[in-house]
Design a protein around this ligand. Structure first.
Ligand SMILES: [Zn+2]
Length: 209
């Protein structure tokens, strides 16, 4: 597990625009997909498989809906009054948040759960927004390390907290399905700001366990 702590550097939240695929393009993709599935050995003439190319494309489109952005993520709230008196705030840790992503090397799923924590400055974000944030970046083609970094940087940009911690644990089907390493789980962490303090990192990992 990496112990590197990165300085807080808020980046603009990646709240992209909804994707649009024209019907004629969609029809072409469906044909391409049918050709590929057929070549791989799937019999496409049965009642159960006739619509599989279409269903597979739709499923991929939904599994990558993170590219459509999430406008509901931008709302944050002022921290409750106690914080103004210089009282240091406790960690806010949410998890386990289940997620599924597609590995960008194989376009196969990796899935597991996330713990997201932060120490608020002047603003907080609704707890359910942390789940939205994980979804925004996990429903894409990505790699686990980048996923953690994007969640951390975007949360930092949204609430400008004192620090952010993200821990991801996942199983990768691209290794499991091909029998390389049957049951391994990969853990990654991303730290920002005051999580340079080893005590805080320990406390977060205890809460995340
Ligand atoms: Zn992979």
């Amino acid at each position: 597990m990496s112990e590197t702590v990165v300085e807080l550097k808020p980046a603009a939240p990646a709240l992209s625009l909804p994707r649009e695929i024209a019907p004629e393009d969609w029809a072409r993709y469906r044909g391409n997909m049918a050709e590929i599935l057929d070549a791989l050995g799937l019999p496409l003439g049965t009642p159960g498989t006739r619509d599989t190319p279409e269903r597979f494309l739709r499923a991929l489109f939904e599994a990558t809906s993170g590219y459509d952005g999430d406008p509901k993520l931008v709302t944050t709230f002022p921290t409750e009054s106690d914080a103004a008196g210089g009282q240091p705030l406790a960690q806010i840790v949410e998890g386990p948040i289940a997620f599924s992503a597609l590995c960008e090397h194989h376009a196969l799923p990796f899935h597991g759960h996330a713990h997201v924590g932060y120490i608020a400055g002047e603003r907080i974000i609704g707890i359910s927004k942390l789940t939205r944030l994980v979804r925004l970046f996990s429903r894409r083609f990505t790699v686990q390390e980048r996923l953690g970094e994007q969640i951390a940087d975007t949360l930092a940009a949204l609430v400008e907290p004192e620090g952010v911690a993200v821990r991801l644990e996942a199983s990768h089907l691209c290794t499991q399905m091909r029998g390389v390493e049957e049951h391994s789980r990969t853990t990654t962490t991303a730290w920002r700001g005051v999580y340079r303090d080893a005590e805080l990192r320990r406390e977060f990992l205890d809460l995340a366990r």
